[in-house]
Design a protein around this ligand. Structure first.
Ligand code: NAP
Length: 454
């Protein structure tokens, strides 16, 4: 994919960028390695100050950063402003808590003193997606920098200006030159970077093929990875739930970011006792959403980020229909310039069709009806993914059953699946491994060094 800014609302190519040549990548890695030697010795207090500065910049210029995000990948500007502000939160969170999370941990043994000391690894490669172009990067960068690592970012090729803006924010915040650098490179150039001895680990948020590729390369080099991949999260609604709230949150989750969120509830699994009532409400809610220019304040859903994503969802929905699904709402791309696909509801879905087990990355919800909790859990788990899950019930025994049996990295009862700096985030099965955020997020890329003193 060429590195370029293409406005997804119009299809207009706004700016092209040349990929770095191998000598330029080499110069950046040399700089990163040199910086690491001194950066790792900086104090937590110093890093805390830089992270807090970054938070201030993100808040102060949220509007400017939002314009870049919306222009490059089409999320609504109001959601992009919230994203920039959420990045400030994660910077402050690790600024405040990072030192405590990495404090030496003492254990009594045969030594006079024995403990675990958490030390930075060096250069970490971050391969990031376009869908939350600031948040995905900051939720990695804040803990990595606080831990004393340095980072190089290979961002998605359709958000180069976001990538450059992030580098500029961290530089303006005071981080030393080389502590965080953007590499404008294509996917094929990642191999050389991960193979470089100076790069000690990698994190990737994105699709399964990208994850498999990076993890294999890293595996050959015996380098640790964190993978945050796709999902097709269930939202399960049972009779005791507050239906109106479940419809509101379900709609928000499925259509957030124009339907392109890894943790969106993509499959609604409804108990038969409330299915009809729920669907009626859902249809009204989905139909009320305004599709349009993402820069406008009253737009709920903007364009999909790229033409490829649009083509994928058209293929998936057509396939679902061919297999017998009913389109209750939407279902066809909009006849206008840009990558617009309307809010869509699919029912009567053949559960065993392979297409139904794929991730749908657009505002398209698949709705299923079940008779009981065993059926709901079996259907929820019958996919390759295991990222988030949301279950709506006020029956404590049902809540416990969902918590125990849903195969996912997170279960939210009566609430929206969301990332929160204070809680670990990540998946199981083909949604990836490792955790970001919370305590595990800052311990992902450190050497837990055992120290034993006689
Ligand atoms: P993608 O195509 O996999 O791209 C993600 C990043 O990987 C981009 O920087 C891309 O670069 C790079 N990449 C692609 N192929 C690669 C390869 N073979 N080797 C190394 N790097 C490679 O994914 P996307 O379409 O941008 O993002 C959407 C996916 O991300 C969805 O599946 C979504 O669910 C998932 N996601 C997961 C999470 C999570 O936390 N679990 C969060 C957000 C998104 P180019 O752009 O240059 O191809």
């Amino acid at each position: 994919m060429a590195i370029a800014t293409v406005n997804p609302a119009t299809g207009e190519i706004l700016k092209r960028f040349n990929a770095l040549a191998s000598e330029e990548i080499e110069a950046k890695l040399t700089q990163a390695q040199e910086t690491f030697q001194s950066y790792r010795l900086t104090s937590f207090t110093q890093r805390q100050k830089w992270l807090n500065n970054a938070a201030l910049i993100l808040e102060r210029d949220a509007e400017k950063f939002a314009t870049i995000m919306t222009t490059e990948m089409g999320k609504t500007k109001k959601s992009a402003i919230s994203e920039a502000k959420k990045c400030a939160l994660v910077c402050r969170y690790y600024a405040e808590n990072g030192e405590a999370f990495l404090a030496d941990e003492y254990t009594e043994t045969d030594a006079t003193k024995s403990y675990v000391s958490y030390q930075p690894l060096g250069i970490i490669l971050a391969v990031m997606p376009w869908n939350f172009p600031f948040w995905q990067v900051f939720r990695f960068a804040a803990p990595a920098l606080m831990a004393g690592n340095v980072a190089v970012l290979k961002h998605a090729s359709n958000v180069p200006q976001c990538a450059l803006a992030i580098e500029a924010i961290l530089e303006a915040a005071g981080f030393p030159e080389g502590a965080f650098q953007t590499l404008l490179i294509g996917a094929a150039q990642v191999e050389d970077v991960i193979n470089d001895d100076r790069v000690k680990a990698a994190t990737l948020t994105g699709s399964e093929p990208a994850g498999m590729s990076l993890a294999s390369l890293a595996g050959h080099q015996i380098k640790p990875t964190v993978l945050e991949l796709g999902g097709s999260d269930p939202l399960i609604v049972f009779p005791s739930a507050d239906l109106d709230e479940a419809v509101d949150i379900g709609t928000f989750s499925r259509t957030l970011n124009n339907g392109q969120s890894c943790i969106a509830s993509k499959r609604f699994i409804l108990h038969e006792a409330i299915a009809e009532q729920f669907l009626e409400k859902l249809q009204i809610k989905f139909a009320s959403l305004k599709v349009g220019d993402p820069m406008d304040d009253d737009t709920d859903i903007g364009p999909l980020a790229t033409e490829n994503i649009l083509n994928d969802i058209v293929r998936q929905v057509d396939k679902a229909v061919e297999l017998g699904s009913t389109v209750l709402l939407g279902g066809k791309r909009l006849d206008r310039p840009g990558n617009f696909f309307p809010p869509t509801i699919l029912t009567d879905i053949p559960v065993d069709a392979p297409t139904m087990k794929e991730e749908f990355f657009a505002p398209v919800v698949m709705v299923f009806t079940v008779k009981n909790i065993a059926e709901a859990i079996a259907l929820a788990n019958d996919i390759p993914f295991g990222l988030g899950s949301s279950a709506w019930t006020n029956e404590p025994t049902e809540q416990q059953r969902f918590i125990r049996d849903l195969e996912a990295g997170a279960v939210f009862i009566n609430g929206l699946v969301k990332s929160d700096p204070r809680l670990p985030f990540g998946g199981i099965k083909r949604s990836g491994y490792g955790r970001e955020l919370g305590v595990p997020g800052i311990r992902a890329f450190v050497n837990a060094k055992t120290v034993w003193i006689k």
